[in-house]
Each structure stands twice: as C-alpha cells, then as structure tokens.
Design a protein around this ligand. Structure first.
Ligand code: SAM
Ligand code: DTB
Ligand code: SF4
Length: 327
C-alpha cells in the first residue's frame, strides 16, 4: 500500500462537514469504484466468554465493575462454538467473529481452546475473526498459524477523548496490538463507537488515525453506542442517523478499499435508514438476533431487507477467484 494517501486535517474536515447529500454522493462514487455495491458482507458474532471483565470501558455492559443484566459465562466449549459457526454458515454468513470479555489474552488453557475454535471454524471454510483484547506478537503468530483470518480491536474514539471513556489502558496499547496483528499477517478490523459524548473533532481524529496507518484496516466497524442500563453511559442520547451516515461516508472516502461495517445500533434503524448507510459506503453488517450481549435484527428481518434492497451476501474471500475481487 505504498501509494496510500496521507490524510490531513483540513481535507478531512472539509469532507466530514460537507452537505450531507454531497457527502453521500461522493462516498457512493468511491464505493462503486472499489466494490460491488450490491454485495454486503454478512458476519456473525458470538460471545464465547461473557462478562466479568476487569477493564472500565464506560460503554461496556461486560465490565465487572458495572451492575448490568449480563449473564456472566466462562469460555464456551469449542464443540459448541463450532456448531454455532456451522449454523451461521447455513444462515448465509461467511465470516464468524468470536468475542471474549478479556482485557488481554493469557497463555493458558483458555487460549489453547480458542486456537482449537479458530481451527474448527476455519475448517468450515469461513473467514474466522476474533476479538479477545490485547495480544502479544507471539500470540498473534499462534492465532495466524491456527487459521485466523482477521482480528477486531477497536480504537473506539480519538486519542484525545480516550481517557474520558477508558482509564485501565492507553491508546498506545491498542495501537500496539493492531501492529502485532498486522505483523503476523492477520487482517486488522478496527473502528469505533459514536454517541459517547465525543465531538466531531474526536470522530475525525479517530478516522485520521485509522486511515493514516501504514496499512489501513481491512475492515472498520462503525458502532452507534447502545446505552446499557448500569453502565456510566446509560443516559447518553442515541445518535441520529445523519451522524451515522456522515461517519460511514467519510470513512468510505478515506479508506476506499476497506470494508465499512454498519455495526451496533441497527435495531433502531428501519430498512430506509440502513439503505442510506449502504449508499454512503457501508458494505458489511453483523447478522443474528444478538451482537455480543445486546439485541440485533434477526436473520429473517435481514433477509427481507436484502430482498427489498436487491442486495446479496458477499462470498468468503477465500471462495473468490482473484479476478472477482475488485480494486
Ligand atoms: N474485550 C475485547 C476488547 O475490548 O477489545 C473484545 C470485546 S469488546 C466488547 C468489542 C467492542 O465492542 C468494543 O471495542 C466496542 O467498540 C464495542 N462495544 C462494546 N459495548 C458497546 C456498546 N454498548 N455499544 C456499542 N459498541 C459497543
Ligand atoms: C464491533 O465493533 N462491534 C461488535 C464487534 N466489533 C465485536 C460488538 C458490538 C457490541 C455491542 C454491545 C453488546 O452487544 O454487548
Ligand atoms: Fe472488557 Fe472489552 Fe468490555 Fe472493555 S470493551 S470492558 S475490554 S469486554
């Protein structure tokens, strides 16, 4: 990616603040140059270890220190996880993402189980993704060897706003893990959340950090905060659809080849609102009636949406002949 553009603040501000219909149009043009606009990647998420996390992420229902309704659960059995992945594949998903409420990966029997899950899901012919917290280089290498395709590790917000949301780790810790992931040859998935009280400058700052990485993330999830009772952000007002669209469109223009994932927050959006997000360059969603712990539109409602909008689920990268991949 040596010819990748370096983004400066003024150009990004101009894009982000441009009139919304202009912004959507520009993003849509970029989107069509690099992707098939009818294709949407469908990923299924599974929480393989739920709750009881030592971190203090203010948005997260899984942090042990907040009193939320989450059912705490130890690491699932690999056979059960692999059976879940099989079902997801039958429902049309090509990517399976396993999430654990860990601060970081430890070199213990749980990690061995995760490696077994990665191998099992990879053997199903799905793209396997994990989100397990911080990783060392050696752990990233082991995951790669087991067949991991992608690793999700979100920046969540700008460097400046980070300590308003999380105090138990630093922004640089997140950047280091992303480097370890990319260094092991695993594709990086990294994005953030809007609606946590951050400013437009913070949203722009996060997008600049992502887009100016030596290698841009292969996928960028854009989450709308799901305010969960018991968390410090429980009373945050939900973001408007226009803010979601602005974020997606700016990300699309800055990272033309990246998969932009319309992530948490879809339950509150109808088909029309989601259609605007796809116009603005989103080309991936999380499917299934649950994200990690919060509800999400179910498979049937997404299948109906795909039908109405004429969209089709994207094949797994590994099923595609090289000529099928654009750009
Ligand atoms: N523990 C690992 C970590 O923090 O990297 C992996 C799981 S963590 C739950 C994955 C991501 O989910 C977070 O980085 C955050 O972006 C997103 N997330 C968590 N709670 C959320 C909420 N209430 N609303 C929107 N996104 C949320
Ligand atoms: C991401 O950016 N969003 C997903 C996935 N990566 C792991 C998680 C959203 C979680 C929303 C809150 C919950 O369901 O617990
Ligand atoms: Fe733990 Fe991840 Fe939730 Fe933070 S976002 S509290 S690290 S599970």
């Amino acid at each position: 990616m040596s010819q990748q553009k370096h983004w400066d603040l003024e150009s990004v501000e101009n894009i982000y603040h441009s009139p919304i219909l202009e912004l959507i149009h520009r993003a849509s043009v970029v989107h069509r140059e690099h992707h098939d606009p009818q294709e949407v990647q469908v990923c299924t998420l599974l929480s393989i270890k739920t709750g009881g996390c030592v971190e203090d992420c203010a948005y997260c229902p899984q942090a042990a220190r907040y009193h939320t309704d989450v059912d705490v659960h130890k690491l699932m059995d690999p056979d059960v996880v692999i059976a879940n992945a099989k079902q997801a594949k039958e429902d049309g998903s090509t990517r399976f993402c396993m999430g654990a409420a860990w601060r970081e990966v430890r070199d213990n029997r749980d990690f061995d189980k995760v490696l077994e899950m990665v191998k099992g899901v990879n053997d199903l012919g799905m793209e396997v993704c994990c989100t397990l917290g911080m990783l060392t280089k050696e752990q990233a290498d082991k995951l790669k060897e087991a067949g991991l395709y992608a690793y999700n590790h979100n920046l969540d917000t700008s460097e400046e706003y980070y300590d308003k949301v999380i105090s138990t780790r630093q922004y640089d810790d997140r950047l280091d893990t992303i480097k370890n992931v990319q260094g092991a040859g695993i594709s990086a998935c990294s994005g953030g959340i809007i609606g946590m009280g951050e400013s437009d400058e913070d949203r722009i700052g996060m997008l600049m950090t992502l887009a100016n990485m030596d290698t841009q993330p292969e996928s960028v999830p854009v989450n709308a905060l799901v305010p969960v009772p018991g968390t410090p952000l429980e009373d945050q007002k939900r973001v408007s659809i226009w803010e979601m669209i602005r974020m997606i469109a700016t990300a699309r223009i800055m990272m033309p080849k990246t998969m932009i994932r319309l992530s948490a927050g879809r339950l509150e959006m109808g088909t029309e609102q989601q259609a605007m997000c796809f116009m603005a360059g989103a080309n991936s969603i999380f499917a299934g009636d649950k994200l990690l712990t919060t509800p999400n539109p179910g498979t049937q409602s997404d299948q109906e949406m795909f039908k109405v909008l004429g969209l089709k689920p994207r094949k797994a990268f590994k099923e595609c002949a090289p000529a099928e991949q654009k750009g």
